[in-house]
Design a protein around this ligand. Sequence first.
Ligand SMILES: COC(=O)C[C@H](N)C(=O)O
Length: 321
Amino acid sequence: MNSAVIVVHGGGASCISKDRKERVRQGIVKAATVGYNILKEGGSAVDAVEGAVVVLEDDAEFNAGHGSVLNENGEVEMDASIMNGKDLSAGAVSAVRCVANPIKLARLVMEKTHHCFLTDQGAAKFAADNGIPAIPGEQLVTERNKKRLEKEKHEKCAQVGVTLISSLSLFLSLLTRSLGTVGAVAVDCRGNVAYATSTGGIVNKMPGRVGDTPCIGSGGYADNDIGAISTTGHGESILKVNLARLTLFHVEQGKTLEEAAEASLGYMKSKVKGVGGVIVVNKAGDWAVKWTSASMPWAAAKDGKLHSGIDLSDTSVTDLP
Ligand SMILES: COC(=O)C[C@H](N)C(=O)O
């Protein structure tokens, strides 16, 4: 019998203000606890990662579901994917608008269709056909994200005429724009692994822009023989290096989870100047969290203990109830 493990993340970020930190920590801890309880009650790794991600999609502090960032037109378009390491079955949706929990829709794609990936209107029709209610898009829009879009548009305007933007400021702006994607990886007591990742993408994106999150191998991957991973960060960079599968490739080559995460994130930084973060588990119950962004809210539950952190310096361990 394997020991159950779940790890969750709340997105690579540049910096999180002091007043938000506590709310973010509470959200991430709640998600890990909900996922861990599902595992302890005998639920599958897929049930656990879906359950944890639903908690974060429902929490307006995170850029997924309710609280997603807005595109150029002020609308929410969301991407999500999920994968079962037992048989490599996978489901994904992109550019979906009026659903509260894109991860539930991704799971339905995985389990109720012969496809891996549905997008836009086809995904919306599939949702309706499967009893997922369409909600008014505005229900997903928060005041904070309206302000964020305004600020982003304003800053973009201010940059017009500036011919040379230093790569540092470019990265910082990319990260502020992409704060808060959510994800989870888990191992259940039968030794199966799974991942789920969900996002509103990056603020002020073009309508129809799809990032790494719904792309199997970039936004995540799960294979019982290697492990499960969920990624976050600059989507275009993650897509270019297939960050999730690349990390697991390093694991297959004999690296520890920690070393593999470091190698792939390092590669992404040196090759395309992209920053981000990953959470990884393997069948044996080892887990690792790693990021090259300034911070990444995360929590991991195993053997009755909850580990969590946001910045490099603030890891804490407590007993789970
Ligand atoms: C932290 O932000 C993200 O992870 C955004 C997501 N990877 C995207 O580009 O769509």
